[in-house]
Design a protein around this ligand. Structure first.
Ligand SMILES: [Zn+2]
Length: 110
C-alpha cells in the first residue's frame, strides 16, 4: 500500500526523453526532500543529464519510500520508452550476474 507521501508518484508510461528527465528530476527532488531513498541506479541523474553514459540506452532507477517502503522502479530504454511501476523488491545486480548466458536447464543440480 502506498502512503500519502508517495501516492502522488504516477505509475505511468514514459514516452519521450523529456518524460524521462522530468520523472527523474521528480524522483531526485523527492529524494532530496527525504521522502524517498535511492536504492538502485545503473547511472546517476547527473551522469544522464551530462550524457556521461557511454551511449547506453537502458536505464534503471529504484527509489524506496521512507514511510511505507514501497519500491518504485523506473526502467527506460531511450529508443522505445519506459515506465514507472511498483517493484516487489530492490534490484540486486548480483542475482543477474550469477545467471549463466546459457539456458537455465544446463545448470548442474547436484
Ligand atoms: Zn510511501
Amino acid at each position: 500500500m502506498r502512503c500519502s507521501y508517495c501516492e502522488i508518484i504516477p505509475l505511468t508510461e514514459i514516452k519521450s526523453p523529456m518524460d524521462y528527465l522530468a520523472a527523474l528530476e521528480a524522483f531526485d527532488r523527492m529524494e532530496s526532500r527525504g521522502i524517498l531513498e535511492k536504492v538502485y541506479e545503473n547511472y546517476s541523474f547527473r551522469e544522464i543529464l551530462t550524457g556521461m553514459t557511454g551511449g547506453k540506452t537502458k536505464f534503471f532507477h529504484q527509489y524506496r519510500c521512507r514511510t511505507c517502503s514501497t519500491v518504485y522502479g523506473m526502467f527506460v530504454n531511450t529508443t522505445i520508452g519506459g515506465e514507472i511501476r511498483i517493484n516487489e523488491k530492490i534490484f540486486d545486480p548480483s542475482e543477474y550476474e550469477k545467471k549463466p548466458e546459457a539456458p537455465a536447464e544446463k545448470e548442474d543440480k547436484s
